[in-house]
Ligand binder design. Structure first.
Ligand code: CP
Length: 307
């Protein structure tokens, strides 16, 4: 494997068009808005999704090496609604179990004339590695390790814009396990590109941001201070599968200090929206009454993911 596939990836062709979607780093504000606008046009005024012929005659393969409900099914439905043929590769029963190398599996699938691979992998940089070694196909990153979740960030930006059209005036609080969150990393990237300057990261010290990755954020360990007068609250799950033993907090203590309760939500602006990428852990990072409350747009995010 190339030493640093993440920082050496190429996803735009010479004309600036996307050939892969691996991360959001080299996408301009105009490019992000173009994608969000296209998605918006796939939703009618009643909030229903439209069908399209955008992927007519194309074949899409979903390869999810990590568990997923929201993203895997979103990609499957989106491919079907765009007129593509789609397969969910049964990785648990694949030749990988007979020690076939991942790239050999990829070449085998490509020989079946798959046009587009959607890859989720626990190792940061794996979709980039595949993109680097497999010509003539498109790779979409559906979440790689702690690195990036670009399509989650795109659907989150669409969801924010439906309620708060001007990114530059927004105060956005991201609460929870920032360290292990590819969602946080991609959302910070997208918000920065779209001009949001008030990005607040709220977390206990052990789960806080590595400030070397991004300087345009304010870090808080006191949730009450961090939420004050914000417009958007993005709540994150504790990603225990990516933690080491020492990182894992006591869930009750975590909820007591960082759980989004109605009392804490009241510190934000009255019309603040509550978001969560899912899966949600009720009573750990968010109170049920907030998750199901009238400021929550969590299920709207899921619908937008398909668009
Ligand atoms: N938001 C998200 O990535 O959820 P899944 O892990 O269920 O795909």
């Amino acid at each position: 494997m190339k030493k640093d596939p993440i920082n050496n990836h190429i996803q735009l062709n010479d004309s600036g068009k996307l050939i892969h979607l691996l991360g959001l780093e080299d996408l301009s504000k105009e490019h992000l808005l173009e994608i969000i606008d296209k998605a918006d046009k796939l939703i009618d005024k009643n909030g229903n999704l439209k069908k399209s012929k955008a992927l007519d005659d194309m074949s899409v393969a979903n390869l999810f090496f990590e568990p997923s409900t929201r993203t895997r099914n979103t990609f499957e439905i989106a491919a079907m609604r765009s007129s593509a043929n789609v397969i969910n590769v049964d990785l648990a029963n694949s030749a990988l179990k007979k020690n076939e190398a991942l790239m050999d599996t990829m070449h085998t699938l490509k020989a079946m004339q798959i046009d587009m691979f959607v890859i989720r992998h626990k190792q940061s940089g794996m979709p980039h590695h595949v993109a680097h070694h497999l010509d003539g196909v498109a790779i979409l990153n559906a979440g790689d390790g702690t690195n990036a979740h670009p399509t989650q960030a795109l659907l989150d930006m669409l969801s924010i814009r439906q309620h708060k059209p001007n990114f530059e005036n927004l105060s956005v609080a991201i609460v929870g396990d920032i360290t292990h969150s590819r969602v946080a990393h991609s959302n910070i990237q997208a918000l920065k590109t779209l001009g949001t300057t008030d990005i607040r990261l709220i977390a206990p010290e052990g789960l806080q941001h590595d400030s070397a990755r991004c300087e345009v954020v304010a870090c808080f360990d006191d949730i009450n201070k961090g939420l004050k007068d914000c417009d958007v609250i993005i709540v994150l799950r504790l990603q225990k599968e990516r933690m080491i033993e020492a990182d894992i907090p006591n869930e009750q203590e975590y909820f007591d200090h960082y759980g989004l309760t109605p009392e804490r939500l009241a510190l934000a602006k009255k019309d603040a929206i509550v978001m969560h990428p899912g899966p949600i852990n009720r009573g750990v990072e968010i109170d049920s009454s907030v998750a199901d409350g009238n400021q929550s747009i969590i299920l709207q995010q899921v619908t937008n993911g398909i668009a």
